[in-house]
Design a protein around this ligand. Structure first.
Ligand code: NAP
Length: 339
């Protein structure tokens, strides 16, 4: 694998709703058989957007996409079942690949408390096997992880650097930490990207941003934890960072998130302001009042000093900048909801 440094090598990279041409292959990279990007978990929030970016920039055949559900032209992959390198080889040896991105995961934080064994197989064992497969084929491998590996305790608060003490509070956090360890042990050049509160355009219209828009546009009150502090991340910036870091041969753990440290209520209020929605429908409550099964880190957030020093050209957008970037898509959704 060719490995280099980002700093000074790449032009500023930004994937917006307009102008997603920055990741098109250079003419000297176009081979007779186009190597494709394996996207494990291509139906999720990040996966859907990443698939769209890859297809828009590199063509309709750019990605090999996986799901657990029957879907023509897709590969059936269930991390809960994937246990050996041979099983991974049987699924993917037939494809010319240039890299593997693991955005799949059991992400329902409370459900992970009820099914810890499934959470560990999905978030740790399966990704570890896929990372070992990447190692065998000498492919870059990227694992998406989370701020929930930290505890967000008042005496040990974020924003956290990559080297901060990890003390996950939940099964989800522990399973993702085990996933990080599994992929780094299995694949020498693996890249682990920890992110948090991902929002942005979502073809499935399902992520937090859409729930918030749906509530506020229909005059429905929405309870928001006022005591959870984090660094919300625009999904298209996360994708640009992942693709760019692979392009320049980065490996190891990186924090990738937006530039603002915000409480969830403040985050929701900024979205409401940017979209002229009624902020008085937002009701700040404590996390304890929500009665969720899994504990959440409260004073959290991620620091991106390492990312910015390796990759100074990368621009992670603020909430107003991000909303402006995808305003057309969001306003169309709002019009649909109000109709
Ligand atoms: N969203 C956030 O705010 C956030 C924050 C921090 C970290 N992350 C991390 O970022 C990654 C992407 O998150 P996301 O929000 O896009 O997640 P998501 O919307 O919940 O999507 C999860 C994806 O994983 C797949 N999946 C679930 N169980 C699977 C299994 N047993 N085997 C194979 N695939 C399985 C799902 O596909 P099918 O159902 O089609 O199989 C889906 O494509 C995750 O690893 C997550 O831990 C997300």
């Amino acid at each position: 694998m060719a490995r280099g440094r980002c700093a000074g090598r790449m032009d500023e990279i930004e994937i917006g709703m307009q102008g997603r041409d920055l990741l098109a292959p250079r003419s000297d990279e176009v081979a007779t058989v186009q190597a494709r990007t394996l996207l494990a978990g291509a139906t999720g929030q990040v996966g859907t957007q990443m698939l769209r970016v890859l297809r828009d920039t590199r063509g309709p055949e750019a990605a090999v996409a996986t799901t657990r559900h029957a879907r023509e032209g897709w590969v059936h992959l269930d991390f809960a079942e994937l246990a050996t390198l041979e099983e991974a080889a049987a699924l993917f040896d037939g494809y010319a690949l240039d890299s593997i991105y693991c955005v799949a995961g059991m992400t329902a934080v409370d459900a992970c408390e009820d099914q810890p064994e499934l959470a560990f197989r999905t978030n740790a064992r399966g990704p570890g096997v896929l990372a070992a497969y990447a190692q065998r084929r000498a492919l870059p491998f990227v694992y998406f992880s989370t701020e929930y590996v930290f505890d967000g305790a008042a005496d040990h608060s974020g924003p956290y650097e990559e080297t901060a003490l990890m003390q996950p509070l939940s099964v989800y956090g522990r399973s993702k930490l085990a996933g990080e360890e599994a992929v780094l042990a299995a694949c020498a050049g693996a890249l682990v990207l920890r992110t948090t509160v991902v929002y942005g355009p979502d073809a499935r219209q399902k992520n937090y941003l859409y729930s918030l828009m749906r509530s506020l546009a229909t005059g429905t009150r929405m309870r928001v934890p006022a005591d959870q502090v984090s660094t919300p991340t625009y999904n298209l910036d996360l994708i640009a960072a992942a693709l760019g870091l692979v392009e320049c041969g980065a490996s190891g753990i990186f924090h990738v998130c937006g530039p603002e440290l915000l409480g969830r209520l403040e985050f929701a209020e900024r979205i409401a302001a940017a979209l002229q929605l009624d902020p008085t429908l937002l009701e700040g409550v404590s996390t304890a009042e929500l009665g969720q099964r899994a504990a959440r880190p409260l004073a959290a957030g991620l620091a991106t000093t390492k990312l910015r020093s390796l990759y100074p050209q990368l621009r992670m957008r603020t909430v107003p900048e991000a909303i402006e970037d995808c305003a057309g898509e969001l306003r169309a959704f709002l019009a649909e909801v109000r109709a």
